[in-house]
Write a protein that binds this ligand. Structure first.
Ligand SMILES: NC(=O)c1ccc[n+]([C@@H]2O[C@H](COP(=O)([O-])OP(=O)(O)OC[C@H]3O[C@@H](n4cnc5c(N)ncnc54)[C@H](O)[C@@H]3O)[C@@H](O)[C@H]2O)c1
Length: 257
């Protein structure tokens, strides 16, 4: 991993869903690049286990379920109270469940829409007054499944499509306030979210075959893109939904000639 020394020095970043996977890679990079980091997740033990290896004076943990409005508001108050400002919001927490519209129970949609849509939407709303003060940045973890459809993950596709358009909406309405909003759109990443599915070697092979770069994404591939979009290096990049997919979405979807 290339660490850009002090790129986030003096900046305060709030990251959700960082007890594992992409979020964990993001907080490790942010901390290595000098940020004060607030780790948020709904399992305190998981985020504390990550925080334990980071500098204590620049690290804080807050247990919050991003699908719950009151907890979201407390989370933002905690972050600003702890470090005095907020420069970066990374809406990364997310959940998935398999199934077509006919197969997935209503409870799956309620859960997925609450975490994947309500979470980033209301957390952005709570954080915006503070981000406007610092001319900060929001980065959402969307998905290639929000740029086009994927088979057998109906509710997830719809939820990530909403995140993609939330990104554009915030970029339009708050670009003039100095707040940039972008998202990353990964293909299948080697994280706990896909661990069970990846036990099926035939599934992994099918997925790898469709990626021009012939491998799955790694958490650090995605974290590096998130940090770029959150940093001043991306000062004039706003409203972008960036595929991190080894070229998968470069295809029309047709088979090779
Ligand atoms: N793994 C993939 O293939 C893939 C592909 C594209 C996008 N994504 C997205 O990346 C993001 C991170 O997922 P990951 O792959 O690192 O998987 P992960 O399961 O390791 O991380 C998701 C994190 O979100 C947290 N979380 C779940 N519900 C929450 C809630 N209600 N409140 C607070 N935290 C909650 C979990 O505890 C977990 O730490 C998600 O938004 C996911 O949809 C993942």
């Amino acid at each position: 991993m290339t660490v850009f020394k002090d790129r986030f020095l003096g900046k305060v970043a709030l990251v959700t869903g960082c007890g594992s996977g992409i979020g964990e890679a993001v907080v490790r990079r942010l901390s290595a690049e000098g940020a004060q980091v607030v780790l948020a997740g709904h399992h305190l033990g998981k985020i504390k286990a990550v925080a334990d290896s980071l500098p204590a004076e620049r690290t804080a943990c807050f247990e919050a379920d991003v699908s719950k409005l009151d907890q979201i508001e407390h989370l933002v108050e905690f972050a600003v109270g702890r470090f005095g400002r907020l420069d970066v919001l990374i809406n990364n927490a997310g959940v998935s469940a398999p199934g077509t519209l006919l197969e997935g129970p209503e409870s799956d949609w309620r859960m997925i829409s609450a975490v994947n849509i309500d979470g980033p939407l209301f957390l952005s709303r709570a954080a915006l007054p503070h981000l406007i003060k610092t001319r900060g940045a929001i980065v959402n973890t969307a998905s290639v499944s929000g740029l086009a459809g994927d088979w057998n993950t109906a509710y997830y596709n719809v939820s990530k499509g909403a995140v993609v358009n939330l990104t554009r909406t915030l970029a339009l309405d708050h670009g003039a306030d100095g707040v940039r909003t972008n998202s990353v759109c990964p293909s299948v990443v080697e994280t706990p979210m896909t661990a069970e599915r990846r036990e099926d070697q035939a599934f992994v092979q099918r997925m790898v075959d469709r990626v021009p770069m012939k491998r799955l994404a790694r958490p650090d591939d995605v974290a590096a893109a998130i940090l770029f979009l959150a940093s001043d290096d991306a000062a004039f990049i706003n409203g972008v939904n960036l595929p991190v997919d080894g070229g998968t979405t470069a295809s029309t979807g047709q088979a090779a000639f």
